[in-house]
Design a protein around this ligand. Structure first.
Ligand code: ATP
Length: 348
């Protein structure tokens, strides 16, 4: 049974479609990141899961129980969901221990104190239980927030940009710590972010959102190597489109030579384009080269060349011992990699 199932979910604000027949499944103990550009509908999806808004169509099912569809609506406080936000949302007038105990009023006092101690232990804040939120660092406040969200053993945890207010230097340590805590507690989680780096570090799977729909769900490697469409490929990082002919399931021919693919190319069409990322390109001097170098920058460990080819611009790194003569014509050499091939049909 999936932990969360969103089926055909649609939501409109004042007649404006924000979520459009969205489908998503999160399996038990899985952390899925909703990742996408600003305004694509991530927070609205999270609100629909939490019950803070009621979708006009479709269903929200948590652990097999329907929370919302055209006929049912379970109120947020009865969904057994834990929530964690970027501003921590701790109660300033309550101590760490009181913040964690908040929401545990169904337990009797000894049980409540025991649970609070367990949670303090889990987030390594045993010595901070009597402090107030303003006496803690951002990372410590976020640990209290996760302890509070997990204290009543939710079925599902929702995290909305929880790391965006955390100093960059400690952010990745905190991401690792909180991921370990969630895994330890065997809770499924949905994490909203617009940062790819955070998403890769924190989640098991990424759901790339675009214009109110899930463009693709999968682990980071699958999305990079086999993006199902242009939106996913481009969202994951810059690249350049080059005309290509698929010569069999294992490679393509381009104006820059043949490229073998480390993943099978399953399209039935032969004509299309490949989306090539900078790390798969090598710049070489070539008397017939059509690539224009616009700028060369030394960035300490390597050079970065800003190049232009047929209206497309790209920054390509090159090792310092492979200097390109920018006064001479330049071309690309494409390394063997997991080729992102899109047929003409898929590109339109
Ligand atoms: N209360 C509201 N009333 C009207 N429109 C809204 C409301 N809340 C959000 N929207 C619109 O719905 C769309 C989706 O918003 P949402 O907050 O879900 O996006 P998001 O992907 O979480 O963006 P961000 O990364 O910027 O937080 C946006 O176009 C936004 O302007």
């Amino acid at each position: 049974m999936s932990s969360l199932l969103l089926q055909n979910l649609s939501y409109q604000y004042d007649g404006q479609s924000v979520i459009k027949a969205l489908n998503l499944a999160v399996e038990q103990n899985e952390i899925v990141c909703l990742l996408g550009a600003s305004g694509c509908g991530k927070t609205t999806t999270l609100k629909a899961i939490a019950g803070l808004i009621q979708p006009q169509h479709g269903s929200v099912v948590i652990n097999g129980q329907c929370m919302s569809d055209e006929r049912h609506f379970v109120a947020p406080q009865h969904r057994n969901i834990g929530m964690m936000f970027q501003d921590y949302a701790l109660f300033p007038h309550l101590t760490v221990a009181q913040n964690i105990a908040f929401g545990l009023n169904k337990l009797d006092k000894p049980e409540r104190l025991k649970r609070v101690d367990e949670m303090l232990e889990l987030v390594h804040l045993n010595n901070f239980k009597s402090r107030y939120p303003h006496e803690l660092s951002g990372g410590q406040q976020q640990r209290v927030a996760i302890a509070r969200a997990l204290a009543y053993r939710p079925n599902l945890l929702l995290l909305d940009e929880p790391f965006s207010n955390i100093d960059a230097q400690v952010r990745y340590q905190l991401i690792n710590d909180i991921r370990a805590i969630i895994k330890d507690q065997q809770v499924s989680a949905i994490f909203v972010s617009h940062s790819k780096d955070e998403a890769f570090a924190f989640s098991d799977k990424l759901a790339i959102m675009h214009e109110g729909q899930i463009a693709q769900l999968g682990c980071a490697k699958t999305l990079f190597q086999q993006p199902s469409n242009k939106v996913v490929a481009e969202f994951l990082g810059q690249g350049i489109y080059l005309k290509a002919t698929r010569y069999n399931g294992a490679g393509v021919s381009t104006d820059f030579g043949d490229v073998s693919s480390m993943v099978p190319l399953l399209q039935s069409q032969q004509q299309g384009q490949i989306y090539v990322r900078p790390q798969h390109l090598e710049l070489v001097n070539d008397p017939n080269g059509q690539v224009r170098v616009e700028q060369q920058r030394f960035v300490g460990t390597e050079y970065v060349y800003r190049v232009r080819f047929e209206q497309q611009q790209l920054e390509v790194p090159a090792p310092t011992d492979k200097t390109i003569n920018t006064d001479l014509p330049v071309s690309f050499k494409i390394k063997a990699h997991a080729v992102n091939f899109f047929s003409e049909q898929e590109l339109n």
